[in-house]
Design a protein around this ligand. Structure first.
Ligand code: KG4
Ligand code: ZN
Length: 340
């Protein structure tokens, strides 16, 4: 089965072509960072307009790269939520019309299920294996921070979540405090490489909560107070790098500790870390070290599939379509929803 997939839940316009059992034939992502950076956040109206502009050219690029003609496509998948409604509507109506025009089925897919299964997109080369079920999944993105047990395709058990901000949001807001451009996650990581992770003792909120939930709004406030206390010293590059490194160290270890301890409690030997923040190199190395020490294997999606993409949406659609799932003609778009 040849699947064409569309992802447009936030500020990335993405399409992919996926063949059952072979995997991804081609995928394209257009990031809207330059559109939203002046606003220090995603402006839904601007994002939706850009999705509408980019969907057709990206589709054509993807088809050309895969050397696929439209009429070879057997089904169309799209992200139905969670996300920003104008953005979801742009992708969903495009995908639904695309499927209608071809006379093939369409299927709305849950964005987070895409992230949860994204490590299965690994090519299974020696240095890039995909995990076997079951695995604990730590989902860390700009909109979500959750801990799941992934038992099988379509079988997910939620064990913990953030009670306030998402970790990506904490990275982005801390980056702004340090004078970095939005979205600052990757830039903060770069700055942190020059800093000392133990220079400023920050506290991970809820580290001892006795459950698997997280909180990030307090750590952002700790950084704000620290910056106020440091006064003019903050103008110094080394000082800013030390703050970035200390923040990153505290947050990453707080997340990894709970994920490893959940895997231990559940007796699961596989842990995966997914979503935009899992592109962070320090996160990857800390997770690797702490997991190995507890006899747990850690897996990541290939870097290009950490941030939002349509490949993961196609992967989910593949198993759901093979199970016989089909949508009717309704265009599905939901801001908040749980994985079906
Ligand atoms: O998964 P994603 O692309 O979109 C959502 O579904 O939210 O995640 C985007 C988030 C942003 O907050 C961005 O700053 C963060 O992932 N991010 C990073 C890094 N790369 C992206 N955070 C820390 N370190 C990185 N290298
Ligand atoms: Zn995402």
């Amino acid at each position: 089965m040849l699947i064409f997939a569309v992802e447009s839940s936030c500020d990335e316009t993405a399409v992919a072509l996926y063949r059952s059992r072979s995997g991804i034939l081609a995928h394209k992502v257009h990031s809207q960072i330059s559109i939203h950076s002046d606003h220090q956040g995603v402006v839904p109206e601007l994002a939706a307009r850009s999705h509408i502009e980019k969907l057709v050219p990206l589709t054509n690029l993807c088809l050309a790269e895969a050397e696929i003609a439209k009429d070879e496509i057997d089904a169309v998948a799209y992200t139905m939520g969670p996300g920003l409604i104008p953005c979801l509507m742009a992708g969903a109506s495009y995908a639904r019309a695309f499927a209608y025009g071809l006379g093939v089925p369409a299927l709305g897919i849950h964005h987070l299920e895409g992230h949860l299964l994204s490590p299965l997109l690994a090519d299974n080369e020696a240095d890039n294996p995909a995990p076997n079920f079951p695995y604990v999944s730590l989902l860390v993105s700009g909109g979500h921070t959750q801990l799941y047990l992934v038992r099988d395709y379509g079988d997910y058990q939620l064990h913990g979540r953030t009670v306030d901000d998402a970790v990506g949001e904490a990275f982005d807001k801390t980056a702004v405090l340090l004078g970095l451009a939005y979205p600052g996650g990757a830039t903060l990581e770069k700055l942190a490489r020059q800093g000392k992770p133990n220079k400023y003792p920050l506290t991970m909120p809820m580290a001892k909560s006795g459950d698997y939930n997280f909180s990030f709004s307090g750590i952002k406030t700790q950084v704000r107070y620290l910056i106020e206390k440091l006064g003019d010293r903050i103008k110094n590059d080394t000082c800013r790098a030390d703050i970035a490194a200390s923040f990153q160290h505290t947050v990453v270890n707080g997340l990894v500790d709970k994920a490893v301890s959940l895997a231990n409690e559940l007796g699961t030997e596989n842990l995966s870390i997914v979503g935009g923040v899992s592109a962070n190199g320090y996160f990857r190395s800390q997770a690797q070290q702490k997991s190995v020490a507890k006899g747990i294997k850690v897996f990541f999606a290939p870097l290009e599939y950490c941030t939002d993409n349509a490949a993961m949406i196609a992967l989910v659609a593949d198993y759901r379509l093979r199970r016989g799932e089909r949508d009717n003609l309704k265009i599905k778009a939901t801001a908040r929803c749980t994985i079906p």
